[in-house]
Structure formats: structure tokens, C-alpha cells
Design a protein around this ligand. Sequence first.
Ligand code: ADP
Ligand code: ASP
Ligand code: MG
Length: 435
Amino acid sequence: MSAPAGPILVQKFGGSSVANAERVRAVARRIVGVHRQGYRVVVVVSAQGDTTDELLAKAREIAADPPRRELDMLLATGEQISIALLAMAIHGLGEPVISLTGPQSGIYTDDMHTKARIRRIEPARILRELEAGNIVIVAGFQGQNSHEDVTTLGRGGSDTTAVALAAALGAQVCEIYTDVDGVYTADPRVVPEARKLPSISYGEMLEMAHLGAVVLQPRSVEVAAQYGVQIHVRSSFNHHLGTIVKEDAGRMEKEMVVTGVAHDMNCAKVVLMGVPDRPGVAHRVFAALAAEGVNVDMIVQTTRATDVTDLLFTVGSDDLERAVATSKAVCQELGAAGVHTETGVGKVSIVGAGMASNPGVAARMFEALAAEGINIQVISTSEIKISCLIARDRVADAVRAVHRAFALDQPQTAAASEPGQPGQALSGSRIPESA
Ligand code: ADP
Ligand code: ASP
Ligand code: MG
């Protein structure tokens, strides 16, 4: 059999898409189908179901704060199970296939264990395997650093593996197969009337992802925008067209002031109390946090009529322990009163490129929250989003109320529901079905 020389197609299947043997076999059939159409197929796969969470729980049984290098060693095994099983299933269907770990695929990262960033990809091995006619199955979420140690890319990192590979291999489209039909105006599990967006701009998707829409890891969107790769988010359980993430999505969406609502339950609040009110203090605090690799999100400094102030910030729950330890050390140096933390918080945000030029958007959001009796603890805004920190147990109510307030459940465009071809881009040329 001669090796296919058609376009390269990168497809990524998330954890729920390969959660059990039946689903692995269904994904294998899908991949074999496009390979038989003549595509050179590179598949990125995540760990099965809740495997990554289970591995994290196992680590915690052994150590409260395990060395991050060893944590990566453990976490990377989840994806290795998936690649081997998927390759076995494809082999069973009679197609040539090979599975590769991140390091074998030439994915090089920095040293930041558990949230490493991809520095470069050397795709020689992948290209060789494609040349030999193989379907190539790559373990998502992992790479190696300059010391040849295994690193992982942070939760949801398989999305970034897939898009980075698409960029490195010159693929026009990266297909992200997941357990929903595309990107919706809000998490469809929280807002049943949320609508699927036919397309969304890189900028808006990046903001949605940063603000908690886990359907794509934010860094995958950054890479896509940087290299002009279109992302097609679609369901692994049907053949509908999903959502295309691409360059500015055009006139229709600009007229919509708000594109979507995002929420994040995975955050925590830290307050440094009684911090001296003098130049250089904020720098001391946030430089120390940055040195520990803590990503700080919202920041508020209160003004008091005295020479001390309170400094409040939010971090992802995963970073809380390190943020508190660092804050306590800095507070001691500064002679501040102490550190207070709160984990029962969540964030609800609206995103839309149109809001910068439309007054009254913030007021409408606050009105919707007030009508539900939801207290806002912190507000932060940019020209493309407004976020409110609220009590975690009110987040779902808040998302639904805000979604209603902006009439996001009302159809704005015809939702695409016709079957979508593999490799299809919404505005670009359709890649031939067989090459
Ligand atoms: P995978 O395992 O395929 O990577 P994820 O769980 O990481 O899947 O991402 C898919 C989930 O993202 C959906 O099940 C959905 O609950 C959630 N989600 C959050 N916000 C959105 C949104 N705006 N549109 C679609 N899905 C969303
Ligand atoms: N398995 C990893 C996680 O659960 C990576 C991914 O699914 O993208 O975060
Ligand atoms: Mg994911």
C-alpha cells in the first residue's frame, strides 16, 4: 500500500472521548475513516476520563506537596495509556499506526514542571512516521525540558499540544474533539439554553478560556492566533459542524455586544492585611509571587485613611498554597498584619469585542446580579470583558441570570448543524475529501 501524501490533519480527542474501550474503538474508527480519505493524520489524545484527577489523588496519598518533577513523571502516564490503547484499536482495524510520547514527538518545553510551556517542536520523527504511511498518535499534555525530564503543560494542556503540532506541521486546521458540540454562549452544562457559536474570534475565545471556559486551554488559542491555525471545536459523538475559532469573526459578531458568559470555580481570594502604604510594596509582593510561578488574576488595593492598606488578589486554587506561603513570608518582612484566605469564591464574566463601544453593559450585568441578590466582592474590567468575584455557591445562578440579561439564548445567527467534513474550515477552502 502506498503512503498517503494528502494534507496533514491534526485531530485531538479529549478525556471523555476516550473514556472507555468502546469510545476508544469509536475514535479509532473515526480516525481510520479520514486516513482512508487520504489525509496524513496526527492524533493528539488526552488521558482517559478522570485519570489525571485520579493520578493527582494518588500523589496526594503519598505526599502533601510532592516534588513537581515527580508529579510530572506520574501525570504523564495517563496520556501514555491512551496513546497505546488507541494505537492498538487502530491496528485492529488494519491501518498502520504508531504511538509516540511527547518527548518522542520532539516536543520541547521550559523547566516549569506541571505548567511547562512549549519552546519548540522538532517534528522530524512525526514526519518520518507519516512518510512511512503511519497514523501518528501523540500523547497530549507532555514534553521534555532541556534536561530530558518529562514535563506537563498544565490542566487541559492536550489542546495546546494539538494546536502547537498543527502549527509545526503547517496544518491549516486543528480539530478539537470533545464532549460538547462546540463553543457555546455559556457552559451548556450550567445554562441549558446556551447556543452554539458558529465561529468566534481568537481574541474572544482567548478571553473566554482565560475566564474559565475549559473547552479550550487558553494557551492553545494563543498559539493558534500566533500561527494562524484555525481551531474547529466539535463533538466526538456526532458529525455536526462545531465552532471555528479564527481571525476576527466578522460583522455579525461585532454587532453582538456580548458574545458569551464564562465562569470559574477554580479560584481563591488572598488578602494581605495592614500592608504599609508606600512605594515599592506592591512590587515586593507580586515579584515574590511571580518568582514562585504563581499566576495572579484580580488585584485590588483598598485605600484607608491611615498609612496601611489591604492588598487583595485572586489566584487559581492550584496555586493557593504557594501564594499563601509566599504572602506570609513577605508580610513578615513588611511588618504587615497578616494574611487571610477565602476559597468559597467564584468568578462570573461576560466577554465581547463589542462592549468597549457600548455604554451600559456593566450596569446591565450588575443589575442582573442584584436582581438575584448576589453580592459582588471584586470587579475587574477590560475593553473585552467584565468579571465579578462572587460567592461560589451563587455562580451557577449568576451565569444563568447574566446569560438571560443579555438575551444570549435568543438566536442571533443560524446555528450550523449540517455535517462538517474533516479538515473543513468555515471561511477557508474545503480540503478535498480524498487526496
Ligand atoms: P476534554 O476532555 O474533551 O478536553 P473538557 O472537559 O476539557 O473536555 O472541555 C469540555 C467542557 O467544557 C464541556 O463539557 C463544558 O462543560 C465545558 N465548557 C465550559 N464553557 C464552555 C463553553 N462556553 N462552551 C462549551 N463548553 C464549555
Ligand atoms: N489530561 C490532562 C488534564 O486532565 C490534559 C488534558 O486533558 O488536556 O488536564
Ligand atoms: Mg480539555
